[in-house]
Write a protein that binds this ligand. Structure first.
Ligand code: SAM
Length: 305
């Protein structure tokens, strides 16, 4: 199949640019703009239009945003908006919006307020009765979900887990019975301990998906059972590098997990056997799925073996 030529892509862009000219971008509004999570081509035409139009941009880090804008041939008045200057900067943004300006809000990458600064500013702007408009685009969590192939219709975005082991365990235990895909952000220096904690909390059977370096040169999506995840990380030093979204298959629905009878049998066997053996025997006796019974045993308070 032939690739579309640059000139045909340019023609499509020109058509949309025309359409953009007719769109409304109200003044006295805060524009919350998503920016790429790696690949600079992942910016929307609408975002480019708004970045060019706003009076100023509040940025997590002005140097990063200046660099990004220069890739698109743009230059704007920038000011810092991060967790350490939130109060003053929010007042400043509200004053400027009240005087009729358009202000952009961006983080270093992806969508502001998603494990990034922005939510407090948006909250204050809304409370002041001013308009907030999202300019949708990349977010690592959604990109990872779209390519993970996990079949649940629901997901739970947990963001970064606490660094302290005890707190992390508590958070993971609280999510153990959710029948939704669990979505975590993780830094490379913590990926091994996070995977160990996930395996301990949810057992070896659930599927884990590593979505690494999305939209970048070394993008990688790897799926395996949690029980094989530590080996995969250890198999190649590259597997532990870069930026990660980690997804874990949700718990089976309680109603599917086991019949009342299967649960009764499982509970009896758990008094005598380790979790995996009790689950395997119950599966043989009842015809229920071993993985679901394993999960049920964990939900009943047993520790993974
Ligand atoms: N606001 C961003 C968003 O909408 O995705 C997230 C910002 S958060 C501070 C940064 C984390 O997002 C990284 O540590 C990583 O877990 C995830 N992330 C960002 N870019 C990524 C990428 N290209 N590939 C995989 N994960 C990424």
């Amino acid at each position: 199949m032939t690739q579309p030529s640059i000139s045909s892509v340019t023609a499509s862009v020109a058509l949309i640019a025309d359409e953009l000219e007719r769109q409304q971008f109200p003044s006295a509004a805060l524009y919350v703009l998503a920016t790429p999570i790696g690949n600079t081509a992942d910016i929307s035409l609408r975002a480019l239009k708004v970045l060019g139009l706003v009076d100023a941009i509040a940025c997590e880090d002005t140097r990063n945003t200046a660099q990004l804008l220069s890739r698109y041939g743009l230059s704007k008045s920038l000011f810092a908006a991060h967790q350490h200057n939130e109060r003053e900067v929010t007042e400043k943004i509200i004053r400027r919006l009240q005087s009729g300006e358009r202000i952009g809000l961006v983080s270093d990458a992806g969508t502001p307020a998603i494990s990034d600064p922005g939510a407090r500013i948006v909250d204050a702007v809304l409370k002041a009765g001013l308009r907030v408009m999202p300019i949708a685009g990349a977010s690592a969590a959604v990109a990872a979900l779209s390519a993970a192939g996990l079949l649940s219709d629901q997901f739970y975005f947990a963001g970064f887990l606490p660094a302290k082991a005890r707190q992390r365990e508590t958070v993971l235990a609280g999510l153990a019975v959710l029948p939704a895909t669990l979505v975590f952000y993780e830094a490379p220096h913590r990926i091994n301990e996070t995977v160990a904690a996930l395996t301990l909390a949810y057992g070896p059977a659930r599927t884990i998906v590593f979505a690494r370096e999305l939209s970048k040169l070394f993008e990688q999506i790897h799926r395996c059972p949690l029980g094989e995840a530590a080996d995969w990380l250890a198999a190649d030093p590259h597997h532990q590098r870069g930026e990660f979204v980690v997804l874990v298959e949700g718990a089976p629905e309680a109603s599917d997990a086991a019949s009342v009878e299967a649960q009764r049998i499982l509970e009896i066997l758990l008094e005598e056997c380790p979790v995996s053996q009790a689950a395997a025997l119950t599966a043989k006796i009842t015809g229920q799925k071993k993985n679901a019974l394993y999960e049920l045993a964990l939900q009943l308070g047993q520790s993974a073996d």
